[in-house]
Ligand binder design. Structure first.
Ligand code: PLP
Length: 393
């Protein structure tokens, strides 16, 4: 074994040891239930039917759940492939031994093309420059061909090729220069699938279908057409095509409750413990800024979780946590590392008591939608915002 490889392995092992240690000593942790991830993949597959594939979106560290663990759970449960945003995220999956197709949604940045080819990633492309970079990398590698998915902008006005720009791209692909690239897929992204009165998606689908026909008319036959995110797969059965691209549904939630697919299980829960208890007289003011004054003599529990863990400060004074199966309000401003909760109505609660910030305790539950509402953000932001220093179990 050569020296650098040896050193990398040692570094990785000591990193694993450090992480294992953190898991044992930190009372604040997130529990990720891999069985729920697999269950959700199967719920989606049943909903769309066996003939349609699932591309499981695991970007942003699997929406905060751990990209590698999530990817394995989804592939084991039948996902055709995985989607990431960055080349680096794709490389992380390959290094972990994930062999399934990995689509890189975020485009081809100059300098990333050789890594894409070498690691067998599938780039999503929309610009002429992407194709040129990739074709050159394929030539350098000696590989016969590289599969790409072309992204069309049908109304999101973000990433993608507009229909009027199709001609130039098709000319390039059907010329000799395009011979090393195979258009395996065509995709677009829905802008308003989760809006209650969505009048945008039908127009987006019409444009998408027109683009598909244009490719076919020029002798290009993409095998995999895909459009639907999680909201799309609930709201737009006519848009399943050959594959769907859910993210948040696979983790057990939705962008908002009305577009949640029935039968999903939330894979993430978040817990801590009471670090100490303070008995304070009425009239005491609590935490930075003295925003909250205690109306009654109170028992406050100190919980070692704060906005540096991804527990948003904007929820101060509103958020509730569960202790002994009861809801307790967060009092005063949430700080970087610590929050205070009202234990006055739970006289039996002690130091070391389990606190659930997200998830279930007894019959009570704090949902991701509640956290998102208290913080004034989307459920995605709560999941992805859970910081690295919260150990995942
Ligand atoms: C291109 C693309 N497809 C699919 C998804 C998955 O979306 P969702 O998590 O809403 O299912 C995303 C997420 O942002 C995306 O950017």
């Amino acid at each position: 074994m050569n020296a650098p490889v040896d050193r990398r392995r040692q570094d990785r092992r000591s990193g694993d040891r450090r992480r294992a240690h953190a898991v044992r000593i930190r009372p604040t942790f997130a529990r990720i239930d891999a069985r729920s991830l697999g269950h959700n993949l199967r719920v989606v597959q049943r909903h769309i039917g066996e003939r349609c594939r699932v591309l499981a979106v695991v970007k942003a560290d699997g929406y905060g759940h751990g990209a590698i663990e999530s990817a394995r759970a989804f592939v084991d449960a039948g996902a055709w492939g995985l989607a990431v945003s960055l080349v680096e995220e794709g490389v992380e999956l390959r290094q972990a031994g994930v062999h399934a197709p990995v689509l890189v949604l975020g485009g081809v940045h100059p300098g990333s093309e050789d890594v894409i080819v070498h690691r067998g990633l599938t780039p999503v492309v929309w610009a002429h420059e992407h194709l040129q970079l990739l074709a050159a990398a394929v030539r350098r590698s000696g590989a016969p061909r590289l599969g790409v998915h072309i992204k069309l902008d049908t109304g999101m006005s973000r990433l993608g090729l507009r229909l009027e720009e199709l001609g130039v791209l098709i000319d390039w692909l059907t010329s000799e220069r395009g011979a090393s690239l195979e258009v395996e897929g065509l995709m677009t992204h829905l802008a308003c699938a989760d809006e209650p009165d969505d009048e945008v998606s039908p127009g987006q689908l019409a444009q998408f279908e027109q683009a598909c026909q244009t490719f076919v008319a020029h002798g290009i036959y993409p095998r995999i057409r895909h459009v639907c995110n999680s909201a799309g797969l609930v709201r737009l059965p006519r848009a399943y095509y050959d594959m769907v691209r859910p993210g948040i549904a696979l983790y057990g939630a939705a962008s908002s409750e009305p577009v949640e697919l029935p039968g999903l299980r939330m894979a993430m829960s978040w817990h801590s413990r009471v670090l100490g208890i303070r008995e304070l007289p009425a009239g005491s003011r609590v935490s930075y800024g003295h925003r909250e004054e205690l109306r009654r003599p109170s028992r406050l529990g100190i919980v070692p979780v704060g906005y540096a863990d991804g527990y948003p400060r904007r929820m101060s004074g509103q958020a509730e946590v569960l202790v002994r199966g009861h809801r307790c309000r967060v009092i005063g401003n949430i700080t970087m590392d610590t929050s205070m909760i009202d234990l006055t109505d739970l006289p039996g609660a002690r130091e070391g008591e389990r606190v659930t910030l997200l998830g279930q305790q007894g019959r009570q539950q704090v949902s991701i939608y509640e956290l998102a509402r208290w913080a004034g953000v989307l459920p995605y932001e709560i999941m992805c915002g859970l910081s690295k220093r919260v150990p995942r179990r």
